[in-house]
Design a protein around this ligand. Structure first.
Ligand code: NAP
Length: 299
């Protein structure tokens, strides 16, 4: 039995662990893969207040060590089920069963991948899932954004400010993004819309140097010489296993109040997995602190 079980060792989960331990309580972090979450894929973080430059890996490692040095226990096991009993919470993993007084769910989101050859290999070497994190590395270069939602359209607009040419590739002839965002692309001389098309091939040895796109109507393929491809085809929360315990919205995000409280007493949600509009490193850390302090105050 521990005080708080934290599910997920990303920025929100690790921040929560730091706050739980510093409150004099005992935290157990359960993580199915490695520590760090999505930020581990970011080459250089430049927007975390107080830190001018740090790699995603170093940031995550510092956070992990900070939580560990404060006495956090870690178990690298995937959670398969939680139970909300009257006087305790039970968390089942692929290997064990753990008991706690409170739970903080900090499972983040999983990016939707293109699912084409070499995508994993070239991630961080031209293929990116975060234009705001990595865009600046491609100042003055030709880049492409794939997707038609708000994220893709906003990314494309942002990149036109400092990249030489920006291709936005979308699988339909109409963007899904809000009109208010789409009109911001009008008149951008360095923006090229590649509609009704999908990215079908990634070229490059140790770095991306071009992509192949296929027109879904004609079947024609063309090569675009780009140094970066920003994949923005949506994100997927991974909250389904909690859906019988906490309330989710229609897209699968956990509903909370401002104190990170879910619909189930003693169960909190922090970071990207909960319903919110701003999903940044800073807001993940903030959520971790809020959830942890509320969990500890209500044990
Ligand atoms: P999204 O709205 O779900 O859009 C994903 C886009 O990717 C869609 O255009 C979709 O095409 C395309 N897509 C999906 N799977 C694909 C695949 N396998 N291959 C190629 N294209 C694929 O996701 P998002 O842009 O990440 O936004 C997530 C949510 O956050 C949305 O609700 C969005 O409105 C919200 N958001 C809002 C703002 C804002 O209000 N300013 C800013 C950012 C995000 P189809 O259109 O053909 O389905």
């Amino acid at each position: 039995m521990v005080d708080v079980i934290i599910i997920g060792a990303g920025t929100a989960g690790l921040s929560a662990a730091i706050y739980v331990q510093r409150a004099g309580k005992k935290a157990l972090v359960l993580e199915e893969s490695t520590y760090g979450g999505q930020i581990i894929n970011t080459a250089d973080i430049e927007n975390y207040p107080g830190i001018k430059h740090i790699s995603g890996f170093d940031f995550a490692t510092d956070l992990y060590n900070q939580a560990k040095d404060l006495g956090t226990t870690f178990a690298f096991e995937g959670v398969v089920k939680i139970e909300n009993c009257e006087d305790e919470k039970v968390v089942y993993t692929t290997k064990n069963e753990y008991h706690a007084k409170a739970i903080i769910i900090a499972t983040g989101m999983k990016r939707r991948e293109l699912g084409i050859e070499r995508e994993k290999e070239l991630t961080g070497k031209g293929v990116s899932y975060c234009a705001t994190c990595d865009g600046m590395f491609f100042r003055g270069k030709n880049v492409a954004v794939n997707g038609g939602g708000n994220v893709a359209v906003e990314d494309a607009e942002y990149l036109t400010r400092f990249c030489k040419r920006v291709y936005i590739i979308h699988r339909r002839d109409e963007f899904r993004a809000d009109e208010a965002e789409v009109v911001k692309l009008d008149g951008k001389e360095n923006l090229v819309k590649v509609m009704d098309s999908t990215v079908t091939k990634l070229n490059g040895d140790d770095r991306l140097h071009s992509i192949e796109v296929t027109d879904k109507n004609t079947g024609e393929t063309k090569t675009l010489n780009v140094d970066a491809l920003f994949v923005a085809i949506g994100q997927i929360p991974m909250n389904q296993i909690f859906s019988d315990i906490v309330e989710l919205d229609e897209r699968g995000f956990i509903k909370t109040d401002e104190e990170c409280r879910t619909s189930a007493k003693g169960i909190y949600a922090a970071g990207d997995c909960r319903v919110k509009t701003v999903r940044q490193l800073t807001t993940a850390a903030s959520d971790g602190a809020i959830a942890a302090l509320n969990a500890c105050n209500n044990l």
